[in-house]
Design a protein around this ligand. Structure first.
Ligand code: PEP
Ligand code: MG
Length: 579
C-alpha cells in the first residue's frame, strides 16, 4: 500500500532513495537546580559546549565544498555570530551563577525568552528567523548532552549518499553538509519554506519537504521513498511500476531544470522578435546573488521594508545609504529600483503606528500614506536613496499612490531632500528617475495623470487585485476569490499600459502574476514589455517569453478580455498557452 505524507513544499525537485533517519534524540531539558558547590562545574560545562558549538561551525565552514554558493558560508557565519550574542553567550551563564540552574535548564530558559521575543515580531520573514535561534541553541544543547562531536550533523550522518534524509529539525549547516555528502533529498518534521535551511536547499537544488509532522514515526529506515519537493509530498511503499514512473518524472524535471539553466545566457526575446526586460524582485541585499545567477536585467523592485521591519527604531540614514550603495555597486551598472517604505498591513515595525483596533489595515495608514505622516522618516530614506544614486543607476519607486495630491507632496519632499544634500555637499544623481507603483484601482484609472508627472510606472497586481476585488490578500478564507483573470483586473492592467504608452513612460508589472508562466503570454499580449520577478521563477518566465508570439497572442487576449464568464476566460487562457 502506498503511504502519501503531505508537508510544506520547501525546495522543488523529485528524488527517489532509501530513507535514512537521523534522530538527534535529545532528552527534554529538566528544570533542575544544583547545589552551590556545583555552580562552577555547570558554568564550565556550558562554556565548553558554547566553545564546541562555535568550533564545530568554524570547522563546517572550512570544509564546505567549493562549488556551494557563497551564501552557505554566510549562513554558517551568521550562526557563529549568534553564538557570541550576549543573550546566548552570557545570559544563561549569569543565570547559573545567580539562580543555580543546571546548565541545560539555564540554556532552555534563554531559548524560551528568545523564542517568545521572535514570536512577538509581526513581520513573517523576521519571525521565521526564530528557527535560527532554535538551531543555534539546539547545537549547544547537543554538545551539553553528549560532548563535542566535531562537525558531524545529528551525531554522524556519514553514508547518506543517494539517500532521503529524514530528520526532526535541520539547520543550514547540516543542510549544506548533507548536500555535500550527496543526500538525494531532505524530509524535515519541523521548519518552513522561509527557514534558512529551506532557502539553502533551494539554492543547492536539493529537493526538500518541511513541516512533515510524524515523518520519523511513519517512515521506516531503509524503505524506498519518493520526495516531490514542489508538491510537498513524500510517498512510501510505492510498487516498482510507480517507482519507475516517478523516476521518469524526476529525470524529466532535471532535464527541464538543466534546459532552464542554459536559458540564462539567452535573450528574453519573443518569437516575433520583441525584447522583454526581465528584472528581479529582491527583499534583502543577499538576494542579489540569486538575481545575478539568473542574469536578471537589474532589480525592478527592492522591498526596503525588510530593512525596517521588526526594529524598535528606523535604521539611520547612514545605514540605509550604505546598504543601498552596496547594492548599487553589486549591480555593476544595472538599475536598482528602490521602493520606499511600504510598512503597515503584514509588515510592522515598533516605531510606526499600527492599525487602530477594528479598522482594516490594508485600507489604512500604510506605505506612502504613512511616510507622508512621518516626513522625518521619509526624508531620511529619500536622502539615503539619492546619495546611493551617486554610485550607479538608481530609480525611486513610490508604493500605493492613490491621489495626485500625494504625488505632489512626494515630489516636493524629493526636491527638499535634494536641496538638503546639495547644501551638505553630498553627491547624488540630480536626474534620479522617480516612478510609482500602480496598485490602487483609482491610480490605475487615472494612470495617465500620474504618468505625465513620473518617469516610470510599475503595476503591483498583488495589491491591485486585492483592492479591485475587495479581497484581503492575507485572509485565507477569501483566498479562493483572488482572481488575476477577473475582467476588471485585466481591464485595469490594459488601461495602465495604454496610459504609459500615450505618455511615453515605461510600464512594468512586478506583482506575483508576473512570476507565473501561465500568465506570461497574457501579459505580453496586453502590451507589457517589462516584468519584475522573484529570481527563483525568472528563467521559467523567460522560457515562456521566448515561446510567445506577441502579435498572435494579442488576438486571443482580446477575446479573454471580452469572455462572458470565468470558465470561458480560463479555457481561452489554455488555448493561448497552447498556441
Ligand atoms: C504588489 O502589490 O503587487 C507588490 C509587488 O507589492 P507588495 O507585494 O510588496 O505589496
Ligand atoms: Mg503592493
Amino acid at each position: 500500500m502506498v503511504l502519501a505524507l503531505h508537508g510544506i513544499a520547501a525546495a522543488p525537485g523529485i528524488a527517489i532513495g532509501p530513507a535514512r533517519k537521523l534522530d538527534p534524540g535529545l532528552p527534554e531539558p529538566r528544570c533542575r537546580r544544583v547545589p552551590p558547590e556545583a555552580v562552577p562545574r555547570e558554568v564550565a560545562r556550558l562554556r565548553a559546549a558554547l566553545r564546541a558549538a562555535a568550533g564545530e561551525l568554524q570547522a563546517l565552514r572550512s570544509r564546505l565544498p567549493p562549488e556551494l554558493p557563497a551564501e552557505v558560508g554566510a549562513f554558517l557565519e551568521t550562526h557563529r555570530l549568534m553564538l557570541a550574542d550576549p543573550a546566548i553567550a552570557q545570559a544563561p551563564l549569569a543565570r547559573i551563577r545567580r539562580e543555580r540552574w543546571a546548565a541545560e535548564w539555564a540554556l532552555e530558559l534563554a531559548r524560551r525568552e528568545l523564542v517568545a521575543a521572535f514570536d512577538a515580531i509581526e513581520d513573517p520573514y523576521l519571525r521565521a528567523r526564530r528557527v535560527d535561534v532554535e538551531q543555534v541553541i539546539g547545537r549547544v544543547a547537543r554538545h551539553l548532552a553528549e560532548g563535542p562531536r566535531r562537525g558531524e550533523p545529528h551525531g554522524g550522518a556519514a553514508g547518506v549518499t543517494g539517500m532521503v534524509v529524514v530528520c526532526a529539525e535541520l539547520d543550514p549547516a547540516e543542510a549544506a553538509l548533507l548536500a555535500g555528502q550527496g543526500a538525494a533529498a531532505l524530509v524535515v518534521e519541523g521548519g518552513g519554506p522561509l527557514s534558512h535551511a529551506a532557502i539553502l536547499a533551494r539554492s543547492l537544488g536539493l529537493p526538500c519537504v518541511m513541516g512533515m509532522h510524524g515523518a520519523l514515526a511513519w517512515l521506516r529506515e531503509g524503505e524506498p521513498l519518493v520526495v516531490d519537493g514542489r508538491a510537498g509530498v513524500v510517498l512510501a511503499g510505492a510498487d516498482p511500476r510507480l517507482l519507475a514512473a516517478c523516476r521518469r518524472a524526476g529525470a524529466g524535471e532535471r532535464r527541464e531544470r538543466r534546459a532552464l539553466a542554459r536559458l540564462r545566457a539567452e535573450p528574453a526575446r519573443t518569437r516575433d522578435g520583441r525584447e522583454v526586460v526581465l528584472r528581479a524582485n529582491v527583499e534583502l541585499p543577499e538576494d542579489l546573488r540569486a538575481a545575478r545567477r539568473v542574469a536578471a536585467a537589474g532589480v525592478g523592485l527592492y522591498r526596503t521594508e525588510f530593512l525596517f521591519a521588526g526594529r524598535a527604531e528606523p535604521p539611520p540614514e547612514e545605514e540605509q545609504y550604505r546598504t543601498y550603495a552596496r547594492m548599487v555597486r553589486a549591480l555593476r551598472g544595472q538599475p536598482l529600483t528602490i521602493r520606499t517604505l511600504d510598512l503597515g498591513v503584514d509588515k510592522a515595525a515598533g516605531f510606526a503606528p499600527g492599525p487602530a483596533p477594528g479598522t482594516s489595515p490594508a485600507l489604512g495608514l500604510r506605505a506612502v500614506r504613512l511616510c507622508l505622516r512621518e516626513p522625518a522618516l521619509f526624508l531620511a530614506q529619500l536622502r539615503a536613496i539619492l546619495r546611493a544614486s551617486a554610485h550607479g543607476p538608481v530609480r525611486l519607486m513610490i508604493p500605493m499612490l492613490s491621489s495626485l495630491r500625494e504625488l505632489e507632496q512626494v515630489l516636493a519632499l524629493v526636491e527638499r531632500a535634494k536641496a538638503e544634500l546639495a547644501r551638505a555637499r553630498r553627491r547624488f544623481d540630480p536626474g534620479l528617475p522617480v516612478g510609482a507603483m500602480i496598485e490602487v484601482p483609482a491610480a490605475a484609472l487615472a494612470a495617465g495623470r500620474f504618468a505625465r508627472r513620473l518617469d516610470f510606472l510599475s503595476i503591483g497586481t498583488n495589491d491591485l487585485i486585492q483592492y479591485t476585488l475587495a479581497i484581503d490578500r492575507v485572509d485565507e478564507q477569501v483566498a479562493h476569490l483572488y482572481d488575476p483573470l477577473h475582467p476588471a483586473v485585466l481591464a485595469l492592467i490594459r488601461a495602465v499600459v495604454h496610459a504609459g504608452r500615450r505618455a511615453r513612460v515605461p510600464v512594468a508589472l512586478c506583482g506575483e502574476m508576473a512570476a507565473d508562466p501561465r500568465y506570461t503570454r497574457l501579459l505580453l499580449g496586453l502590451g507589457l514589455t517589462e516584468l519584475s520577478i522573484h529570481p527563483a521563477f525568472l528563467l521559467e518566465v523567460k522560457a515562456a517569453v521566448r515561446a510567445t508570439h506577441v502579435a498572435r497572442a494579442a488576438q486571443l487576449v482580446r477575446r479573454i478580455l471580452a469572455a462572458p464568464h470565468p470558465e470561458a476566460a480560463e479555457r481561452l487562457l489554455e488555448r493561448l498557452n497552447a498556441l
